[in-house]
Design a protein. Sequence first.
Length: 439
Amino acid sequence: MAGQRRGCLGALARIENQEHTAANPKKDVSALLTSDRYQSQRLPVKQLGDGQIVHIEAGFQHAFEFHVLHAAASQLSRIGGSTNQLRLSGFSVFLKLAAHKVVDRDLLEEFDMDVSVVIPVYNELDNICRLHEQVSTVMRDFGRSYELLFIDDGSDDGGIAHLRSLAANDPCVKAVLFRRNYGQTAAMQAGLQMARGDVIVTMDGDLQNDPGDIPMMVEKIDEGYDLVHGWRKNRQDKWLSRKLPSKMANWLISRTTRFPIHDLGCTLKAIRREIAQELELYGEMHRFIPILAHQRGAKCVEVVTRHHSRKFGTSKYGISRTFRVVLDLITVKYLLDYFASPMKLFGLLGLASCGLAGASGVGTVTMKLLGQVDMTGNPLLLLTIFSMMAALQFFSLGLLGEVCARIYYTSQPKQHYAIRETLNLNAEGSGFPRVKRAA
């Protein structure tokens, strides 16, 4: 039953299984919870409305029908709630109780949850509240436990006040406020590391991504994929300044990394938490998340998503970012192919330099012997010396890179491989990192 899954956010009254079963659903809950046998085991209780006592415990320890939660929901009318608008489940009831401070909202931290929606925002004053309303509506209808995590990247337009208000009134809303503007990659990295959902959904804060696509992407994860990334097939942006540079960049990146993709710039993605938290994002590398995850062995799929034109605020992107993307592409290419063994790159360049030095040296000597060409004035001699020096430097860089790679992997619990699951093997006792197998 749903009560057995700790990951379901909620509040479940802990009662004796034999005293409150589906066969006896109308047994008086208040009398049961105040009985001597239960009172000797219970933790602190909360008073609801007319005095009926409901015990809220962090964690599901028994598999029951949600009869006690029904009783709690029936009291919500006294604090402005409408039971016919609630799904009578631990998540919905608990959020309503927490919003009205009937139960301590800090209990939320005791639970895992199904979905974390991570939204980096920067000067999106006019979009924050609208985005919160849209995402909350979609997630309530979807029926999964969730949190809405805003990462404010040093906004100075007054949007922080909106985030504080939302967090005070909605227990699902969390916010991380940067001291200054660090960029979207830093905001994304913070969101991925702080999210607690089994699935992490990332999206822009400008209302151009459609929250209605979230359930479809999460269901793709349920099919066995590790990462689902969106494709804005009918993109609603200016052709010259946004769509054309994006098409060129996507073509170049796809050819360079050998990763087939149509729209690497779409922020709307769904990714398993264990994959997301393995990623290390720096610079402008948030747009390479699918490629970096694929390099870690993630099973990725691209899906068509809806896209809307910006209605409020101004875009933070310009054509100048294209040059930064090219520089980051060089970094990503190196990380994908040579990070674990840098000598494969620098050693190859060193051998090529040695070959060039040998060829030019032979040419210099041949010209001297056969054509009586002065070696000191022959440019091939300079090329020989330069190539030998370059080869020495390439080999030195390769050796230093190998040492740095080994320091990187041995100084912290990281490996250059990723395990999906283990069979008949105690991962904890084998020295392997603990592997979480998705349900």
